[in-house]
Each structure stands twice: as C-alpha cells, then as structure tokens.
Design a protein around this ligand. Structure first.
Ligand SMILES: Cc1cc2nc3c(=O)[nH]c(=O)nc-3n(C[C@H](O)[C@H](O)[C@H](O)COP(=O)(O)O)c2cc1C
Length: 373
C-alpha cells in the first residue's frame, strides 16, 4: 500500500522535511533563569521530538526585552541566549530533525512587572487588551500600553533583524515570524487594536506596513525560502479582532504570494478553539491564492490531517497540544496507536514533569511487558 501523503517528505522553501507533521509553537514558560535562556530540559524536550516530526517550531521567543509578555519565556537577543539555543539546535540536528525559531514581540500583551524598569508595554494604540498574562506569581490583567511613536518603529524592525541574525548564529534551519494571536504584528494588522492615523494605521496597506518591513529585513538575513509566517486573521486570540477579516486575509495572501516564503502557517479558526471562520471565507481558495506551502493548524486530529493533506487543502499540518503529550506523534499516527493525554496543569511553567516525561510507544510497550511478567 502506498504511504499516505501525510507521512511523505516535502520541501518547504529550502528546508527539507521528512514528513508533513509539524510541532506547533508552544510557550511552556520553563526558561527559569536570569538570562531568559533555554535550559538543559529544553534540549531534551526538543530533541525528543526531532526524529519524529518533519519540522519543529520553537516556542515563541522574544526578540528584545520589550517583546516579553510572560514570565520565564526565552529570548534571542543576547549572547547567552544564542549559546543556549545552539545546544538545542545541535541536539535536534543530531537526532535528524529540522527546527525553526518563532520570532516574537508581544506588544501590549505584557505587564509592567515584566518590562525593564517597570515600563509600560508598547502597542500600535494606547488601548488595553482584555487579556491575561502570567507574571511569575499569578495570572494578572495585562497593563495599559503606550502607543509607539512612528519614529520608534525602525528600532523594532531592527530588533527583528538582529534576532534573525542571532537565530542564524544559533544554528536554526530558518525562522517563523509570529504575526498571529494578538501579539505586536497582529495588533498592527487588526483595526480593533490599531487606531493609528500615521502611515502604520488606517488602510490595509498601512496596517500591514510593519509586517512587510519585518519580513523584508528577516528575508534579508535568511532568504525568503527559510522564512515562514504565522497568521490568525480569523482568531480573536488576546483580544485582537478585525472588522473585516476576509478582506485582511485576502490582502495579506495576495501580497505574500510572490515573496517565495518557506511556508504560510495559518491558524484556521479560533486559536485552540473551534475551526470556525466567516462564512464568506473559502479557506481552500485562500490556499490556492497563496500558491506556496500551506501549513494548516488548529484542532487537527489524525483523520482530519490525513484527509486535508490528501485533498490538497494543507501541505503541512502543525499540531500543538498533541505534540505536548506525544513526542512520537507521527509514529503513533502511522501505526494508528493510542495517544497520551495532555496534562493542562503542566502546560505553563514548572519542571520536567509534564514536559519531558511523556512516554514513547516503546516505553509503554516495555511497561506493559514488565507488568505481564
Ligand atoms: C500551551 C500552549 C502554548 C502555546 N504557545 C504558542 C506560541 O508560543 N506561539 C504560537 O504561535 N502559538 C502558541 N500556541 C497555540 C498553538 O501553537 C496552536 O495554534 C493551538 O494549540 C491549536 O493547535 P492544536 O489544536 O493542534 O493544539 C500555544 C498553545 C498552547 C496550548
């Protein structure tokens, strides 16, 4: 029997993938050190999944101290962080995997206690999001942000460029620009969060200006064929909404199509929620309009992944929660094996428990064998 397309190789831009399963970016709040750098348990966690997935996308990683919005998330702006991430990429490559870094600036989804000198978080407009964050002690409402001045935006674009260079120095196979889930770039894209009257607000072209400036510099470092982009135009995650998501998605996809990106990573619906999008949106038509490698995400299980890849509705499928609990997810899907269940209590923060201790199929078989003896 021919192998199902989900388990066959694909070239995403310049990145060779052994199968179509991708580990979605997953913030786990375990960089519990003064450097905001990944630790030994991160090396274990990513390398455990490297032999299995076609591609790993790192947890969202802040490009600057200002880009941080939660306790214990890692960065990619210091030498210590680059050195620590190098250990992760070396281990992933030794295990035969591919890994890209998700570049992140949270914008207004932050708290003064997480910012240098207790500064206000920054945003396109001074509108506080109705969203929580984690300050290291407890869940708190995000702080009131200040609106970025037009003259400050080149500095942020430069932070993205330096982060892209650092990711290269750390040995990644590419980067994913995080323009989804209500963080800085998504805040600029969506008119619910962006009320600016300068060249970065108002029209679609203006709201997308920051995104394309960032893509330009990141592509300058990596080449477009090693740059992916994550979008969530239909999601209200972190209180970022748009009055016309179809127009926003059409506009972005049309402008992205000729760039030759490694892939477009689309959150199909509400992030971590229903696969719902406005009735007038035809997701398959959007994929065709883009024309490049389409990475679908959100609420996929084995059957949906098999069918959407077979029907050409997705080229790659990113799995979030299933990859938290199953380091060998592709293998389990191939063998139609049962899945481990994810423990929500250990998603954010903590130690190896619920991070690197989910069993592989072999361990489970060995345990069963042992119990039967
Ligand atoms: C614990 C957790 C952390 C997440 N962290 C990120 C992140 O860092 N960056 C991001 O773009 N999405 C993040 N997401 C969203 C996931 O990447 C994904 O879009 C979502 O879980 C839906 O996919 P799934 O149904 O396969 O889990 C996170 C989700 C979870 C559950």
């Amino acid at each position: 029997m021919a192998e199902h397309a989900l388990f066959t190789p694909l070239k995403a831009g310049a990145i060779d993938l052994k199968n179509r399963l991708v580990m979605a970016p997953l913030t786990r709040n375990r960089a519990m050190n003064a450097d905001d750098a990944p630790m030994d348990m991160h090396v274990t966690y990513y390398s455990q999944r490297a032999a299995d997935a076609g591609l790993l996308i790192t947890e969202a990683t802040q490009i600057s101290p200002e880009g941080k919005g939660y306790a214990w998330t890692p960065g990619i702006y210091s030498e210590a962080q680059v050195a620590a991430w190098k250990k992760v990429t070396d281990a992933v490559h030794d295990a035969g995997g591919r890994i890209v870094m998700q570049l992140w600036h949270v914008g207004r989804i932050s708290h003064t206690s997480l910012q240098e000198d207790g500064k206000q978080p920054v945003a396109p407009s001074a509108i506080r999001a109705n969203a929580p964050t984690f300050d290291g002690q407890e869940m708190v409402d995000v702080s009131e942000p200040r609106a970025l001045g037009t003259e400050e935006l080149p500095r942020i674009v430069e932070d993205y460029r330096r982060a892209a260079e650092n990711a290269k120095a750390a040995g990644f196979d590419g980067v994913e620009v995080h323009a989804a889930n209500g963080y800085l770039i998504d805040q600029f894209l969506k008119d619910g969060a962006n009320r600016r009257s300068d060249a970065y607000g108002g029209s679609l072209e203006n709201r997308a200006r920051l995104l394309f400036e960032v893509l330009e510099v990141v592509e300058g470092v990596w080449g477009a064929d090693r740059v992916g982009l994550r979008l969530s135009p239909f999601s209200g995650a972190n209180d970022a909404t748009d009055s016309d998501p179809k127009a926003l998605a059409d506009y972005l996809v049309d402008r992205l199509a000729p760039r030759g990106l490694a892939y477009l990573h689309m959150i199909e619906g509400q992030t971590g929620g229903p696969r719902d999008w406005p009735e007038e949106v035809d997701m398959t038509a959007l994929k065709e309009r883009f024309g490049g490698v389409w990475m679908g995400n959100n609420g996929y299980d084995r059957d949906l992944a098999l069918s959407r890849v077979a029907e050409g509705k997705a080229d790659l499928v990113a799995f979030g929660v299933p990859y938290i609990a199953n380091p060998d997810l592709a293998k389990r899907f191939r063998l139609e094996a049962d899945l481990n269940e994810a423990d929500k209590a250990t998603f954010y923060g903590g130690d190896e428990t619920g991070y690197t201790d989910y069993p592989f199929l072999e361990e489970m078989a060995a345990q069963r064998h042992h119990a039967a003896e």
